[in-house]
Unconditional design. Structure first.
Length: 202
């Protein structure tokens, strides 16, 4: 698969995370754009969702908006705490998605078992997390998703994605190639570990 663009969502004070993900992408010889997201701690208004999650939601909405304004066909969106597999670039190059695809997660937290499509991908039923995904920017579903992320702040960002999975074509790699690295989470306010994101879908 040919990626049009790579976005890294980060916050200015998380230089540790940014240095980690950029060094990985540099090692693969990949170009990327660093996108400074919305710091939820600086949001003064109150919303149904807590402000840390609101900041994350708005950040993803703004990235999708920028990608659409740029006229991209697709892009890879990475949060700054991503860790990439050793075969990341080869797996991206070899990736073939169905013509109807809206979005493809590079790994995920599965509240319901994804449906196998082939040996490479499964179709999402209720998959959470937004740390690493490729998005088909010009699809109508993604325009709707962007609007919700920018103008409604009622639940965490990955729930907005999950709500679209039943009627659209969201896929996930059966064998993950990117996952969240353990460490301090600004959203959760504590150290988090995500070892299950490395597990292959059976």
């Amino acid at each position: 698969m040919q990626l049009d663009h790579i976005f890294i969502i980060t916050l200015p004070h998380r230089k540790d995370r940014l240095n980690s993900i950029t060094s990985q992408l540099d090692a693969f010889g990949l170009e990327y754009e660093v996108f400074n997201g919305v710091n939820g701690k600086k949001i003064k208004a109150k919303y149904a969702s807590d402000n840390a999650n609101v900041g994350c939601t708005a950040s993803h909405g703004q990235v999708l908006q920028r990608a659409q304004l740029m006229g991209l066909s697709n892009c890879l969106v990475l949060e700054d705490d991503c860790e990439l597999s050793d075969d990341f670039l080869q797996r991206i190059n070899d990736l073939l998605l169905p013509d109807n695809w809206d979005l493809c997660y590079l790994s995920g937290t599965h509240r319901e078992q994804p449906i196998k499509v082939n040996d490479t991908i499964s179709r999402c039923v209720k998959t959470l997390t937004t740390h690493a995904y490729i998005v088909n920017i010009q699809k109508d579903s993604i325009y709707r998703l962007r609007h919700r992320l920018l103008y409604t702040f009622e639940e965490p960002v990955d729930c907005y994605f999950a709500n679209l999975q039943k009627f659209n074509y969201f896929y996930v790699l059966k064998k993950p190639i990117a996952w969240q690295k353990g460490g301090y989470s600004d959203i959760n306010g504590r150290v988090m570990y995500y070892e299950w994101l490395k597990e292959e879908i059976k």
